[in-house]
Every structure is written in C-alpha cells, then in structure tokens.
Design a protein around this ligand. Sequence first.
Ligand code: GRF
Length: 189
Amino acid sequence: KRVAILISGRGSNMSALIEAARAPDYPAEIVGVLSNRAAAPGLAIAAADGIATASLAQSKFPSRDMFEDVMTQILESWNVDIVCLAGFMRILGDDFVNRWAGRMINIHPSLLPLYKGLHTHERALADGAKVHGCTVHFVTPGLDEGAPILQAEVPVLPGDTPETLATRILVEEHRIYPQALRLLASGAI
Ligand code: GRF
C-alpha cells in the first residue's frame, strides 16, 4: 500500500514509520510527506530519505475547503492508499475526513477516550492519573473519536513533568504506530 504522512513539526513518528517501512516484508511504502508548515523539521528528514515532500500553508488559501482540495490533489498525484497523521496540528474538515474513511489513521498521546485534544500530559498529571499512554486510531469527523487500533500504557511516576511523561510515551508511540499501519496496510483490519 502507498502511504502519505501528514506532519506539522518534528516528525519523530514519521521517522518511525519510514524506518519500519524499510523492512522488506512491511506491507506499506511511504511515498510522500506533506506538511502544513514549511519549517517543519520532519520535511527535511523525509527529503533526505529520498521521499517526496510538499508543504502547504492553510493561511495562503481563502478557505479550509480550498486548502484541503489542494492536499487531496497532492495525495492523488502520489497515488496514496492510506494517510497517516503524525503530529499534524490542523483539524480536518468532514469532506476530507470522509474521503479517507477507513484509510486515515492518527497517533494521539493519551489512552483514548481519555484526554482528547491538546495538552494531554498536563491534564493527566493534574488529574493524578496513575497510567497514561498513547493510541493509534482511525480518523473520523469527531476530534480524536475514531475507533482505536492499538494502545500502549505507561506508568505515571513520582516527580513526572509533562516533558518526562511525554518522553516516556513517545517511545511507545514509535513502537505502536508502525504496528498499527502494518495491520491496516496488510488488510488485517
Ligand atoms: C506526538 O506526541 C503525537 O502523539 C502528537 O503530536 C506529537 C508529534 O510528534 N499527535 P512528532 O512530530 O511525531 O515527533
């Protein structure tokens, strides 16, 4: 299956997917990386790996629909079967989401349905949560509401800050995102 990754920043989950897809038996190939920020460090990493890249600022378009129409054109030009959101910090409109129904997945840094949206680590710590984690889920029009595919739990430790917790969870993100993409691309789900 041909996969595009949508990013906005660092791209460490993107890198984990690119690395996994190098295995000869991996059922997906990363064919393009699209960012809504030209300065996203992940773009340069993908380009250095010989992957097609594009960047597209929503602010340059008169409407979100027009921005997403151009994203769709780019994804179609890459013949994409599956879209992976990896730190893509824009909410996508219903038309775009529905076009990719069952073929678009996201990584979210919480044990969904807990802590949808932003600042998940701060909120988990403020609640005194004993466990926290991450979820790969299908993307549906409701923010962070699609069916979960894989989750990983980590303990919350005494003295944790949002940063230490995020670092512990990121290790698990990099482990489960490639596994979840494998399940989708192989047809297992
Ligand atoms: C990750 O924590 C991911 O769960 C969240 O945004 C962050 C992206 O990090 N959606 P990176 O760009 O993959 O390094």
